[in-house]
Design a protein around this ligand. Structure first.
Ligand code: GUN
Ligand code: ZN
Length: 448
């Protein structure tokens, strides 16, 4: 059966960065005011003005969403165990990890707690319009088994893996390399390629992993087809100094991973705020992805991301929330902070605009995660992953949108001003995974 969903459509099917660093206006934004999408068996079969689709599918039920319909949002780096440490103030990365985050992550040894947190976490993605994510896992195999079960039930497109470390972590979070390989293999056999789930080999960062552990990661990656790889890279100067001392044979931080065959087109490296030129050249040549997490970089004070240098080396980019280092799950908020970061860099910043930002959150993110064949824009043939943004009628964003001069201006306002409260509905392959009208809207959680 075909159904029609109507609203204002905004999507960016073509890469606006391909036009080079022109200040604005690559002309890649495709917008249809009073548009509609025809969906059959979870796939988009037509996209266009609502009147045209109504005539083409006269018997199809039409649902008026009353909002802006965008492709489902993609979060390239978000930590499953960290929602409860969001917004912790006064600590930079290594102290934030030692004092608050790593001690909290030991609680995922309790599998019931882990499962409940997995549900809350996946719910937070859906209610923020995120439909695809590279999720950084927990250190406990049982916590990851529970996470994958909940992720399968959520319907979301999730790539994730057991987080690995064998030093500089609380003992309860460490696994020796042989154990890490055994536990990872079990999870891979059960979950990789199942439905919308995929597995990512996930060493925490070079600080927390011995050479032997990174070699074990290389062994894992080589042993299964199409596995993903994710970790952290070049986030803060003190972390980089530690890695330099701990890996004297590596040319630089990236090389600590690269020497073990961990860097390629299915590698997603979070942050890279402080890269060397050699690392940028190698990232570009290897087709690895850098996931820029601007909210986290500002909140825990890691620095201002050199996007222009990444673009100059042809490095593939996406955006991530890095919850709980980042202060929110909302990917529009990350787009806004990415914009602000590049503005603060002045002449050295990359020129960003609404269409480039939406591309990073949707088609660009999908390309980075190898999902371009399935999702990323609203073109016929794609699976119907959508977010409906419908700001409350009497709020600031609705008042601003009334004065939008064109579609790009409306999109800029949505990216700059929208929040979780504006996400009316989220769909994956045509199925609703979040609906503000029915999913516990108005419930208030009791204080802990
Ligand atoms: N590096 C190692 N672990 C983490 C983490 O949990 N968050 C961030 N932002 N960086 C890390
Ligand atoms: Zn992170």
């Amino acid at each position: 059966m075909t159904t029609l969903l109507a609203g204002h459509l905004l999507h960016v099917p073509r890469d606006p960065f391909a036009a080079g660093a022109a200040p604005a206006g690559a002309g890649a934004l495709e917008a249809v005011q009073d548009g509609a999408i025809a969906v059959r068996d979870g796939r988009i079969v037509a996209t266009g003005p609502a009147g045209d689709l109504r005539a083409r599918f006269p018997d199809a039920p039409l649902e008026q969403t009353g909002g802006y319909m965008l492709p489902g949002l993609v979060d390239g780096h978000v930590h499953y165990p960290q929602l409860p440490v969001m917004g912790v103030m006064g600590l930079r990365l290594l102290d934030w990890l030692r004092r608050r985050t790593l001690p909290f992550e030991t609680r995922y040894a309790d599998a019931d707690f882990a499962r409940a947190q997995a549900r809350t976490f996946l719910g937070a993605l859906a209610r923020n319009g995120t439909t695809s994510a590279m999720v950084f896992g927990a250190h406990q195999p049982d916590a990851m088994a529970a996470f994958f079960e909940e992720a399968a039930a959520s319907g979301l497109r999730v790539t994730a893996g057991l987080t690995l470390g064998d030093r500089e972590l609380p003992p309860a979070l460490q696994l020796p390399p042989a154990e890490a390989v055994r536990a990872s293999r079990e999870l891979i056999a059960r979950w990789h390629g199942r439905g919308r789930l995929r597995y990512a080999v996930t060493p925490r960062f070079a600080v927390a992993t011995s050479d032997a552990m990174l070699a074990a990661c290389g062994e894992l990656l080589g042993s299964h087809q199409d596995l993903w790889f994710t970790t952290h890279l070049n986030e803060t100067p003190d972390e980089i100094a530690y890695v330099r001392a701990a890996f004297p044979a590596a040319r630089d931080y990236l090389d600590a991973y690269d020497r073990h065959g961990l860097i390629g087109p299915r590698s997603v490296l979070a942050h890279d705020v402080h890269p060397a030129e050699r690392e940028l050249a190698r990232l570009g040549e290897s087709r690895a992805v850098v996931c820029h997490c601007p909210g986290s970089n500002q909140f825990i004070g890691s620095g201002l991301f050199p996007m222009r240098r990444h673009l100059a080396h042809g490095v593939r980019l996406m955006l991530g929330s890095d919850v709980g280092g980042g202060p929110g799950f909302g990917m529009p908020g990350e787009a806004r902070t990415a914009y602000q970061t590049q503005m603060l860099l002045g002449e050295e910043g990359a020129p960003l605009d609404a269409e480039r930002l939406l591309w990073l959150l949707t088609a660009g993110g999908a390309a980075a995660l190898g999902l371009s064949d399935q999702v990323g824009d609203l073109s016929p043939g794609k699976e119907a992953d959508l977010v409906v943004l419908r700001p409350p009628a009497h709020g600031t964003l609705a008042a601003r949108l009334q004065h939008a001069v064109d579609a790009e201006d409306a999109l800029a306002a949505l990216l700059a001003l929208s929040s979780e409260a504006d996400v009316a509905r989220t769909l994956v392959a045509g199925e609703t995974v979040w609906d503000a009208r029915t999913a516990g809207a108005g419930e208030v959680a009791p204080p802990a």
